[in-house]
Design a protein around this ligand. Sequence first.
Ligand code: AGP
Length: 609
Amino acid sequence: MCGIVGYIGHRETAKVLIEGLKRLEYRGYDSAGIAIFHQGKVEIRRKEGKLSKLEELIGGETFDGKVGIGHTRWATHGRPSDENAHPHKAGRVAVVHNGIIENYLSLKEILKSKGHVFTSETDTEIISHLIDEFAQEGYSPLEAVRIALDQIKGSYALGILFEGDEECLIAARKESPLVIGLGDKEYFIASDVPPVLPYTRDFIFMDDGEVALLSSKGVKVFNTKGEEVSKEPKRVNWNSLMAEKGGYKHFMLKEIFEQPRAVIDTIRGRLSKEKGDAVLEGVRFAPTVLENMRRINLIACGTSYHAALVGKFLIEAFCRIPVDADIGSEFRYRNPIIGKNDLFVAISQSGETADTLAALREARRKGATTLAICNVVESSLAREADHVIYTHAGPEIGVASTKTFSTQLVILFLLALRMGRALGVLSCEGGKTLIEELVRIPHLMEEMLKTSSQVAKIARKYLQARDFLYLGRGINYPIALEGALKLKEISYVHAEGYPAGEMKHGPIALIDREMPVVVLATQNDVYEKVISNIEEVKAREGKIIALASTSDREIVQKVDDVIFIPETLPSLTPILLTIPLQLLAYYTADFKGTDVDQPRNLAKSVTVE
Ligand code: AGP
C-alpha cells in the first residue's frame, strides 16, 4: 500500500524519483507526488490519478536540487484527490508516508489548538505538522523526527525533507517496509528494491524503530534510543532488467511466461536425488521440533492463501500430520489454539502483508515454531520468522500474483517432501519418485504456455459472460479458487471458485446457458465424481470449459471447450492447471481493455489491516 522513494545525489533528482515511482506503482496508483529542492525551497508537485498525470503536470519543468522524495498512493484516510496526495508539507517539513497513523485524530486536535492548519483528510499530514512543531522549538531535524515519532502510534515508512537543509534526507521505519540503496556518492530510499536496482544492488534493510540520515557524505542509521548503529549492507541478486517488461504487453503476461524459469530457480540446489529428499537451507528444525510436532498451521492471504490450501493437501499426504490452512486476517481474532509443539508457516510473496505478519506475531507469542515462505528477501516476515524459505521467482510487478504462486506451490511440495522424509513417512524410493516428477515440471509448464493462443480464443468466445463458475475437487479445488480470483481481480468479471461436489448445495441454481463453468477434470481419484459434476452442469445447459488430462480424449464429447494438461502426479498437477487459468484471466482482461497490471482498487502489497 503506497510506495515511497527518496534520493540524494548527483543525478537529475526528479527523473530518479519518477522512474522509481514507476517501479513502485504496483503498490498503489490513485495519486502521486514529489517534493524536491529548487533554488533552496522545497517544491511540491502532486496529482490525483496515475503517475502519468503527475508527469503531465511536471511537463518540462526542471529542478536544480539534489535531494527529493516521492510517493504513489493507495488511499486509506481520505479519498484520492490532489489535496490528499503526498507529499504533505507543514512549515519547513515535507513528508511522504506509507502506513497508518492510528492516533492521528487526537494529535490533530492538539496541533490545531496550537494554530496548525490542515489542508487534507489524511493521517499523514499530522506527521509533517508534528515534526515542524519540534523543529520550530529549535530541535535539529533528526531530533525533531525522533521526538515526533515517539508520539505517533501506528505504522510508517517515511521520507522527510527539511527546507533550509539540502544535506538532509531522513528516513524512518516502523512496520512498513523501507530499504536504503547505497550507490557511489548517491543514496536512495524506497519501499522495495526495484526502484533502486538501476543504480545499485547494495542495500541496507531498515529495522523497526530505526531512523536514518542520508546526506551526500553517506548514511547513518540510529536505533530507537538515538544511538548510531552499524548496519551490514546486503547485496541483492535481482537485476534491473528483471523489473522491466522485456517486450511483453504487460508485466503479468511476462510473469506468466517466466514461470518455468522461476520454478527452475526455486528448485535449484534444493534436491538430493540420491537421498530422495529436499535440501531446505533455511529450515533447521531441532530434532525435538519434528518429534513433537502435532499440527501445522499454514497462514496467508489472497493468492498465497490458495497456495496454503494446496500445501494442506501436500503435507497431510506426505507427512500424515494434520494441517490447518487459514486466512491471515481471520487467524488471530479467534484466539487460535496454537502451542509450542505446532509449526506455523506464513506464506507471502511480499513478506509485508499486515494480516499475515500479525498472525505470525500471534503464533510466536504463543510459542509456536515459525517458518516464512517469501519471495522478497529480507522482508519483515522473513526476518521475524524462526526459519525462512525463499521462492526464487524474482521481482513480481503485476498486481495479480502469478509466478510467485507457482513457486510457492513448489516450495510447499519441497517442504512436504523434506518433512515426510524426516518423519519417516516417505521412503527414499517414494522421495525419488516425487523428485523425478518435480524436475519434469518446468518442461511441462512450457507445454502449458503453448496453449496461450487456444486460451485467448476461449477468452474471446466467453467475453460477454457476466459470471464464471470454477469447479475443482481435492487438491485441484484451491486452483479453482485461484482461477476465479485471477479473473475477478483483473477483468472485473464476477467469478466463484467452488468445490465441485458442493455445487449441488447451492451454486447449481446459477447455471443456465449463459454461464461458463470452468471444470478442473484431470485424472485422479475423484475424476469420476468430477465427470458426474460435468453432467450435472450439462443437464442445465451450462457451458463447460474443461481442463483435462491429455489422455482423456473422451471428454471432448462431454464439454464445450477443453484444454489438455500433460500427465503428472496429482500432487503436481495444480502447478500445470494454474497456467491456463492465469492466461484465461489475462486475455479476458486484455480484451476488455482493463488495466491488467494495475487493476482498480487493488495494491500488490497490503500493508494495512
Ligand atoms: C493476488 O493476485 C493478489 N494480488 C493478492 O490476493 C495477494 O496474493 C495477497 O494480497 C497476499 O499478498 P502476499 O502474498 O504478498 O502476502
